[in-house]
Design a protein around this ligand. Structure first.
Ligand code: ADP
Ligand code: MG
Length: 311
């Protein structure tokens, strides 16, 4: 659990982060969303003491971060930044093993960790461990960047606009992979983004920031249905509320009995994904599977009704 209390950072008398208080429970993904210059990066970098707070405190699992030497703090806190931050003259394996090597892991243990992470990120170890960064696509570099941040098995992962440089399709895949990996590893993630859709897609909680302050900290559904003020409402934009809520609801909640033709969808997908699959494949009913087994269908009718009547 990360407890941030009355945290501020002032540069030349101007607050970059202004009296922020929020708690991030273990195993959750908190997204911090706001316009450029709102203080997101400064807030994030105070968590691992890359930036020292002017006032306030941060506790991680009950320990005040001021009592932990920065090097030890960073052993437990992964950090992934926009772009990917890979060292261009090091191969993939050496890049991923950066922190384990700093921690003095022996070679065999570090090498097996590298392969385990490459597997997890769907990069065939034999094919990728000795590639140089320039021999990877943008999406692959980004995955290696996140793998590196996870290499020493941190309980907390800080991510600063990690998907900002990716094109929309690769970005959607990277987001889905992150959620999947987070579920498997149970890592607590704090992710900064300027994109409200990304914040909604990834966050179990969202902090909306403006001018150094957190205006609202709540679940995605709460933010969409009850924005705290005009600024949060504006951040949500004119985007369709019904569609946004469909991002948050899983196919399994609206499965009906029956059978249908064609490629099935998984019951854990969001209604929004199922809806777009229907539109793309021009089907009105999709078979639904759970653990690969058929469990019923999802119908266009049911989704249209939901879209017409958001809660
Ligand atoms: P965001 O990540 O939301 O774009 P930042 O946290 O980077 O915002 O910056 C918040 C504010 O603090 C901005 O006005 C920025 O100019 C200022 N700022 C950030 N870092 C520094 C610094 N090292 N020195 C002076 N001002 C800074
Ligand atoms: Mg920033």
């Amino acid at each position: 659990m990360i407890e941030i209390e009355n945290l501020s950072k002032t540069y030349d008398g101007r607050p970059a982060v202004d009296d922020v208080t929020l708690t991030i429970p273990s195993g959750e993904i908190a997204t911090i969303v706001g316009t450029s210059g709102s203080g997101k990066t400064t807030l994030l970098r105070m968590i691992n003491r890359l930036v020292e707070p002017t006032a306030g405190s941060i506790r991680i699992d009950g320990r005040d971060t001021r009592d932990v030497p920065p090097y030890e703090l960073r052993r437990h806190i992964g950090y992934a930044i926009q772009g990917h931050g890979l060292f261009p003259h090091w191969d993939v394996a050496r890049n991923i093993a950066t922190v384990p090597r700093l921690l003095g892991w022996d070679k065999a243990k570090a090498a097996s960790r590298v392969d385990e992470l490459l597997d997890l990120f769907q990069l065939e170890p034999d094919q990728y461990r000795n590639r140089m960064p320039h021999e990877l696509s943008g999406g692959q570099k980004q995955r290696v960047g996140v793998a590196r941040a996870l290499a020493a098995g941190p309980s907390v992962l800080l991510m600063d606009e990690p998907f900002g440089a990716l094109d929309p399709i690769i970005r959607a895949k990277a987001q889905a992979d992150l959620v999947d990996i987070q579920r498997r590893l149970g890592t607590t993630i704090v992710l900064v983004t300027h994109d409200m859709d990304e914040a909604i897609r990834l966050g179990t909680r969202i902090a909306v920031m403006s001018e150094g302050k957190v205006l609202q900290y709540a679940s995605p559904a709460e933010i969409i249905t009850h924005p705290a003020d005009d600024f949060v409402e504006a951040m949500l934009g004119s985007g369709d509320k019904a569609f946004r809520l469909m991002t948050l609801t899983k196919v399994k909640t609206v499965v009906e009995p029956g059978t249908a033709e064609g490629q099935p969808v998984d019951s854990d997908l969001s209604l929004r994904d199922a809806y777009s699959e229907m539109l793309w494949s021009q089907r009105d009913r999709l078979p639904v599977v759970s653990d690969g087994k058929p469990v019923g269908i999802i119908s266009r009718d049911a989704l249209d009704k939901r879209a017409a009547r958001p809660q």
